[in-house]
Design a protein around this ligand. Structure first.
Ligand code: ADP
Length: 567
């Protein structure tokens, strides 16, 4: 724009200057002629004045006209003065007639060109005798002028081109680093925190890029720290054996750890952000959440999950942010199902034991009272005393069994049982010897088959107790004059000890429950045989202590087989 303005202004100035100098030249030519004509007679029209005019025209290239004070043309270098009209009203002529130099420029209708006129007075003393007017077609001039203007414009175009090129180079120098900064900052904004901005040639931009780099480094460090802390916390929470459920104020799930997922059979990713009422349909849980959200203190409660029959012990607390008020609630859930079941088992056991103890004690007390009551014949007294002794034996057996069961349990809990590898044969022989008398009393034959190479990691005393219990049951429930076979074998699964009788057998529905404490197929029969109901429970515990198991198979009318498998 500056170049255009300067070009325009200088072209104007040049033109003005040109015209000025043209006018001056024209004035000079006119004045020379005016001086020559000062003393000549002008008013006789004739070839004299016109000849002078033509001469001057030839010398200067200007049309020359001489005009008298009344406006009539006295001579002209290019036309016949007689044919020319009065020039007294022309502005340049009027000015010259008043004694000053006159000039004018107008479009000549005669020649159809722009004309420049300059007129000077012809003085004679103080009077004006006439006017010399010179004129030129302006087009001649503009041709020269145009050439000059062309050069001017050409020059300015070159200058503009150079200016454009220069500014292009300078702009490039600025925009390229700016583009680099822009690209780098965009990458940072998109999360590429490892991105570094390049060093830049422009100082201010270089400073900016250094600052941005430092900022992104700090940001990355902070994000790393936060991420690490979050990961640690997540790992901590997810490793917890307790289920952790966090909800916000709007009761939407914030988090559920792995243990929690297992408890509710849900996946955190699927329920995150959803309403807890919608995803976990448990009235007790909703109640606990409401209680926790409403209370500042720790809330405790119990939950029952019908799915999988689980009991949960729940501790709820408000979830607080570092500054603002509560953000929700967090519930820590302990699976106490096993504990509850154990409690149930213990309760049942205590009730059963009390019941079992009560029966013999009631009979003992009854017989003793009767004996104390009065005089009985020695025979009756003897019978009563025998009954008392029998009940006492039963009590004794019961207490023995309870104690040995509790000993085994105790030892198992403390893992204080020493198993050592050894042959199984001698253990079975000892058990058979122990039962020999009872077997003989019922006419039962005991047959033992055990190869020498059958060995296992055993606790000999306990294993003997277990086998004695099995042989004892076989004798008791197997009927008279039968054979009880005791066998040991090496199998793929381990060492198998079998005790087989030829008794009435056991119905299938009892097989699973047979090893529970105080479970009896036939209460009366068991009692009359002096059974405590704990024999098979003890066998089962001893098998478990050995890392093995016990099982029963039976065919009604043909007999039962109890098998202890040891690894
Ligand atoms: P108990 O002291 O009553 O014998 P156990 O635990 O030893 O208690 O046995 C549980 C029940 O299993 C017994 O009451 C009996 O009904 C049944 N039982 C055990 N062994 C045999 C067997 N060899 N034949 C038939 N029934 C048996």
């Amino acid at each position: 724009m500056a170049v255009v303005a300067v070009t325009w202004a200088s072209s104007r100035t040049m033109r003005w200057f040109e015209q000025q100098s043209l006018r001056r030249q024209m004035g000079a030519v006119a004045r020379v002629l005016a001086a020559q004509l000062a003393d000549e007679a002008l008013d006789q029209p004739g070839p004299g004045v016109s000849a002078r005019c033509e001469k001057a025209d030839r010398a200067s290239g200007l049309r020359v006209t001489v005009i008298l004070p009344d406006g009539t043309v006295a001579g002209d270098s290019r036309r016949d003065p007689a044919a020319m009209d009065n020039h007294g009203d022309r502005p340049e002529v009027r000015a010259a007639l008043r004694g000053a130099d006159g000039e004018d420029r107008h479009f000549s209708v005669t020649v159809r060109r722009w004309m420049q006129y300059v007129a000077v007075p012809i003085h004679s003393g103080n009077a004006v005798r006439g006017v010399v007017r010179v004129s030129i077609e302006l087009e001649q001039v503009t041709a020269a002028e145009r050439a000059l203007r062309g050069k001017l414009f050409g020059g300015s175009v070159v200058v503009m081109l150079m200016a454009w090129l220069a500014s292009l180079v300078v702009a490039r120098g600025i925009t390229r680093p700016l583009a680099a900064v822009d690209e780098g900052v965009r990458a940072l904004a998109a999360g590429d925190l490892g991105r570094r901005l390049p060093g830049l040639s422009i100082q201010e931009l270089d400073d900016l890029s250094t600052t941005v780099n430092r900022m992104s480094m700090q940001l990355r460090e902070r994000i790393d720290t936060v991420t690490r802390q979050r990961d640690e916390q997540e790992a901590l929470v997810s490793c917890m054996a307790e289920g952790v459920l966090a909800v916000d104020q709007a009761r939407r799930v914030i988090a559920l750890n792995r243990a929690g997922e297992a408890l509710f059979g849900l996946r955190e990713a699927e329920i995150k952000g959803r309403s807890v009422v919608e995803v976990i349909r448990n009235a007790d849980l909703q109640l606990l959440i409401e209680k926790t959200l409403a209370s500042d203190a720790q809330v405790e409660g119990e939950l029952f999950i019908p799915d999988g029959e689980r009991f949960l012990q729940v501790n709820g607390r408000l979830l607080r942010g570092p500054t603002e008020g509560p953000r929700g609630a967090v519930l820590v859930m302990n699976d106490v199902t096993r504990l509850r079941r154990l409690e149930g088992v213990r309760r049942d056991f205590v009730a059963n034991v009390s019941h079992e103890l009560k029966t013999p004690i009631t009979s003992i007390k009854g017989f003793a009272d009767t004996l104390l009551d009065g005089t009985h014949d020695p025979e009756t007294s003897q019978r009563f005393l025998e009954k008392i002794a029998k009940q006492a034996d039963r009590l004794h057996a019961l207490i023995e069994d309870i104690l040995s069961l509790s000993r085994i349990e105790h030892a198992t809990e403390r893992e204080a049982i020493d198993l050592s590898p050894g042959p199984v044969g001698p253990v079975l022989q000892a058990a058979v010897r122990t039962c020999q008398a009872a077997a003989a009393a019922r006419g039962t034959k005991l047959s033992l088959a055990c190869p020498n190479d059958v060995t296992a990691k055993i606790h000999a005393e306990m294993l003997e107790t277990a086998v004695v219990n099995l042989i004892d049951n076989a004798i008791k429930y197997g009927g008279e004059n039968q054979t009880v076979s005791i066998r040991a074998e090496r199998r793929e699964a381990g060492c198998q000890i079998e005790v087989q009788d030829e008794g009435p057998g056991i119905l299938r529905q009892h097989w699973d429950r047979l090893f529970e404490r105080f479970y009896r197929v036939d209460q009366g029969r068991s009692r009359s045989q002096g059974g405590t109901g704990l024999g098979l429970a003890i066998v089962k515990h001893i098998a478990l202590v050995h890392g093995g198991q016990v099982a029963v198979t039976s065919e009604m009318g043909k007999g039962s087989t109890f098998t202890i498998t040891l690894p």
